[in-house]
Design a binder for this molecule. Structure first.
Ligand SMILES: Nc1ncnc2c1ncn2[C@@H]1O[C@H](COP(=O)(O)OP(=O)(O)OP(=O)(O)O)[C@@H](O)[C@H]1O
Ligand SMILES: O=C(O)[C@H](O)[C@@H](O)[C@H](O)[C@H](O)CO
Length: 167
């Protein structure tokens, strides 16, 4: 989870390779009207996001039921979005926040090509972001770290969470 361009899709691809598990790209679950809205430089609102979270959550839930584990790249900016996603999945979810400074993420977005999300929506992404609090099953990492370090941190944390859940 995290704002546009923080590195969600990149990390998810690495984790899916490691776990040999299904991977979902949140961008693929948006309604065409939502993609058009973002492309036009207008941020999504709650009404745009609820059905999107329901579709993505259902896909995650089905994959976890079949496979035991799945990973997904989803902004999940507000706590209520994370709760909605988990309710739609029907299985416990763990969240990894890729956090960073606006300037550095803006630089990454500026360098990225072939994506519909305009960099000028970054301010609204940060304004909407509710960082997970201590009572959420979430790990916060700095998105500037090399991917190998991000992956290692997630794998170690997920192992600990799985062990704790079995106790
Ligand atoms: N750990 C990293 N270090 C350096 N660059 C990275 C890292 N992770 C991702 N990037 C680069 O940052 C850009 C954004 O990454 P990515 O598309 O994975 O972000 P995202 O959060 O999935 O974005 P969106 O939500 O807009 O789809 C890409 O150009 C990617 O190559
Ligand atoms: O909640 C949102 O506003 C959206 O999910 C956006 O974050 C984009 O879909 C995505 O991140 C692509 O850049």
């Amino acid at each position: 989870m995290g704002v546009s361009g923080c590195g969600k899709s990149t990390l998810v691809a690495h984790l899916a390779r490691h776990w040999a598990c299904p991977a979902f790209e949140g961008d693929d679950f948006h309604a065409p009207a939502s993609i058009a809205k973002m492309r036009a430089g207008r941020p999504l609102d709650d009404a745009d996001r609820w059905p999107w979270l329901d579709r993505l959550g259902a896909a995650i839930g089905a994959a976890v039921t079949d496979n035991g584990v799945a990973v997904a790249a989803c902004s999940a900016l507000k706590r209520s979005y994370r709760e909605r996603l988990e309710a739609a999945a029907g299985v416990p979810l763990l969240f990894v926040l890729l956090d960073g400074e606006r300037a550095e993420i803006a630089e990454r977005l500026g360098a990225r090509t072939g994506h519909y999300m305009p960099p000028n929506l970054l301010d609204s992404q940060f304004a909407t972001l509710e960082r997970p609090t201590d009572d959420e099953p979430a790990l916060a990492l700095h998105c500037y770290q090399p991917l190998t370090e991000l992956r290692a941190a997630v794998l170690a944390w997920a192992r600990d969470m799985a062990t704790a859940a079995q106790r």
